[in-house]
Design a protein around this ligand. Structure first.
Ligand code: AP5
Ligand code: ZN
Length: 215
C-alpha cells in the first residue's frame, strides 16, 4: 500500500505511523525524522534545514522533494510506504504525483487525522523524543516511558524538540492551515481522503485507522 498521512503538528502522525507501518509491513517515511537525522549527523542538508525548522517554516521544496524521492526509491519501499509529513504543500503533492507516475504506481489512500487545536497544543507541550532516533516518541503524561527521561525502545535520552516552543508551534499551525490543508482538497478531488478523529487512546486511534484503510 502507498499511503499519505496528514494532520496538524502534534496530531499523532509519527505515533500512529510507527504502528500502522508495522501492521501493514511497509516503511514509515517521515521527512521530519529524515531532517532531524541529517541535523544530528551535521550534514549540509541538515544545516540548511535547521533554521527553517527552528522557525516553524517549511524547508524549501528544492531540498525536500529530492530527499523524499531518494528515500522512496530505496529497495524497502518498492512495495509501498507510509508517508508522514510529505507532501506538505501543493507543489510537493504535484511532485509526488510525478514520482509515482514515473514508477507506474498510485496512492491508495490519504489518511487525515483530525484533532482540535487545544488537544494538539497539549500533546506537543508534553512530547519527549529520543536523542538516538526522533521516531521514538513519548508524552510526559499521555504516553510516559517506563523510566522518566529514558527511551523505552533503545534506552536513549529523551528531550524536548527545539521546534516545540509555544511560539514555533503557533507558526507551525499557521503554516499547516495555509500551506498543507489545501492538499486535503487536492486529494479529496481524487477520492483518496479518509478522515478519522485522532482523539482517544493511541491503540484506539490505530484500530480506527486500520478499519478506515481497509474500506
Ligand atoms: P514534522 O516532524 O513532520 O512535524 P509535524 O508535522 O509538525 O508533526 P509533529 O512531529 O509535531 O507531530 P505528529 O503528528 O507526528 O505527532 P506525534 O506522534 O509526535 O516536521 C517538523 C518540521 O520539519 C516542519 O515544521 C518543517 O520545518 C520540516 N518539514 C518536515 N517535512 C517537511 C516537508 N515535507 N516540507 C517542508 N518542510 C518539512 O504526537 C505528538 C505527541 O502526542 C507525542 O508526545 C505523543 O506521545 C502524543 N500522542 C500521540 N497520540 C496520542 C493520543 N492518541 N493520545 C494522547 N497523546 C498522544
Ligand atoms: Zn530511542
Amino acid at each position: 500500500m502507498r499511503i499519505v498521512l496528514v494532520g496538524p503538528p502534534g496530531a499523532g502522525k509519527g505515533t500512529q505511523a510507527a504502528y500502522l507501518a508495522k501492521n501493514l509491513d511497509i516503511p514509515h517515511i517521515s521527512t521530519g525524522d529524515l531532517f532531524r537525522a541529517n541535523i544530528s549527523q551535521g550534514t549540509a542538508l541538515g544545516v540548511e534545514a535547521q533554521s527553517y525548522m527552528k522557525a516553524g517554516q517549511l524547508v524549501p521544496d528544492s531540498v525536500t522533494i529530492g530527499m523524499a524521492q531518494d528515500r522512496m526509491e530505496q529497495p524497502d519501499a518498492v512495495n509501498g510506504f507510509l508517508l508522514d509529513g510529505f507532501p506538505r504543500n501543493l507543489a510537493q503533492a504535484e511532485a509526488l504525483d510525478e514520482i509515482l507516475k514515473e514508477g507506474g504506481v498510485q496512492l491508495d489512500a490519504v489518511l487525515d487525522l483530525e484533532v482540535p487545536e487545544d488537544e494538539v497544543v497539549k500533546r506537543i507541550a508534553g512530547r519527549r523524543i529520543c536523542r538516538n532516533d526522533s521516531s521514538h516518541v513519548f508524552h510526559a503524561i499521555y504516553n510516559a516511558p517506563a523510566v522518566e527521561g529514558v527511551c523505552d525502545v533503545c534506552g536513549g535520552e529523551l528531550y524536548q524538540r527545539e521546534d516545540d516552543s509555544e511560539e514555533t508551534v503557533r507558526k507551525r499551525l499557521e503554516v499547516y492551515h495555509t500551506e498543507t490543508e489545501p492538499i486535503i482538497d487536492y486529494y479529496r478531488a481524487q477520492g483518496l481522503v479518509v478522515t478519522i478523529s485522532a482523539l482517544g487512546k493511541v491503540d484506539e486511534v490505530t484500530a480506527k485507522a486500520m478499519d478506515a484503510l481497509k474500506k
